[in-house]
Design a protein around this ligand. Structure first.
Ligand code: ATP
Length: 352
């Protein structure tokens, strides 16, 4: 666990970047620092590994003040990932990843085999180990940055806007990858971002900072969205706060109709405005309207109990039928959520 105990950072020119910050980043969880530009996120992060020293207060790592640990020893237990990956341009990828193991005096073979293992772990082809950073895309370089930070298996990982320099699609896949990795590795992660969506997606807890380095709110994402502490947090969360909350509304137990599907090629005597055509093994093919029986219209799917209400509504909006197709883990249709069922579930969520 990382503890900030009334930590203040005043730069020599008098700027107070962080002001009496107290919070805990629990072991094995992702704590996100989020807030507008200049609110002291990076300064707070860098005080953990002593790239910057606090002016007042203490930061404790599992109860031990970091101020008492010499920086090289401290940093051995703390991986650090930054925005542009910060790879050494003249070293091969495998040697970039093995940087810390080499520094720790591991033998070359062991360090390189650890690096190759990590390349695969972060979703890269091991053949990339022999390339140089300029031969990789921005997203691939970021993955290498994560692999390098994990090389010596540090219990703590500090990540400073690691995914903000890549395009939105790559960014989403890097975020998904981090969630997957964290489920395996259980590191104590402090993650800095200015993007509230990223904070909500990744954080077990989210610390919203305001300019001047003061903590506005520390909460799990669901609480943050439903109970913002004040106008600053509400405004920072933005106008889509209600939509974002849907990510935390479960689709477990949603009422599904099973009488709206029809197997392809079979007769469909029922008089319904929309029918979902499925294959013999229950894969969805498309919606057919009563008015245009020969045309398959688009559909969207979600997995009840697994996907959130946000996904279910998205699936409904993707189709002119206005209904969302419920599928199991194998993509087989288990039912259909009509507008009425979606509305019921939303009303229940709003009441609860
Ligand atoms: N070396 C320094 N000397 C003086 N002031 C500094 C120094 N480094 C940062 N600051 C100031 O401290 C404040 C916090 O900076 P910091 O980089 O921690 O913010 P941030 O929240 O990470 O911002 P951003 O999202 O823009 O990266 C800012 O007002 C910044 O100008």
């Amino acid at each position: 666990m990382i503890t900030f105990d009334a930590v203040t950072k005043r730069y020599p020119d008098g700027t107070v970047a962080v002001d009496a910050l107290s919070l805990e980043a629990p072991t094995g969880e992702i704590t996100v620092f989020v807030g507008p530009s200049g609110c002291g996120k990076t300064t707070s992060l860098r005080m953990i590994n002593r790239m910057i020293d606090a002016t007042e207060g203490r930061i404790l790592l599992d109860g031990v003040p970091v101020q008492g640990i010499d920086p090289p020893t401290l940093r051995r237990g703390i991986g650090y990932v930054i925005q542009q990956a910060g790879l050494f341009p003249h070293r091969k990828i495998v040697d970039n990843i093995a940087t810390v193991p080499y520094l720790l005096g591991w033998d070359r073979k062991k360090a390189r085999s650890r690096a190759m293992e990590l390349l695969e772990r972060v979703g890269l082809d091991p053949a990339m180990g022999e390339r140089y950073p300029f031969q990789l895309s921005g997203g691939q370089q970021q993955r290498v940055g994560v692999a390098r930070a994990l090389a010596a298996d540090p219990p703590v990982l500090l990540m400073d806007e690691p995914f903000s320099a890549v395009d939105p699609i790559v960014r989403t896949s890097l975020q998904d990858e981090l969630i997957r990795l964290q489920a395996e590795l259980n590191k104590t992660i402090v993650f800095v971002t200015h993007d509230i969506d990223e904070a909500i997606k990744l954080g077990d807890r989210v610390a919203v900072l305001r300019v001047g380095g003061r903590l506005a709110q520390l909460a799990d994402p669901k609480t943050l969205l439903s109970e913002p502490a004040d106008d600053f947090v509400r405004e920072f969360l933005g106008r889509d706060r209600g939509i974002r909350r849907l990510r935390f509304v479960s689709t477990e137990g949603m009422r599904l109709r099973t009488d709206l599907t029809v197997t392809e090629g079979s007769d469909d005597p029922a008089d319904e405005p929309w029918r979902l055509v499925v294959t013999a093994d229950d894969r969805p093919l498309g919606w057919v309207s009563r008015d245009r029986p020969g045309t398959l219209e688009p559909y969207g799917t979600f997995r009840p109990g697994h996907d959130s209400m946000r996904s279910a509504l998205d699936a409904a909006l993707l189709s002119p039928s206005g209904c969302a197709v419920a599928v199991d883990g194998e993509g087989r249709v288990v039912g259909v959520a009509t507008r009425e069922a979606l509305d019921e579930a939303l009303t229940e969520a709003a009441d609860g």
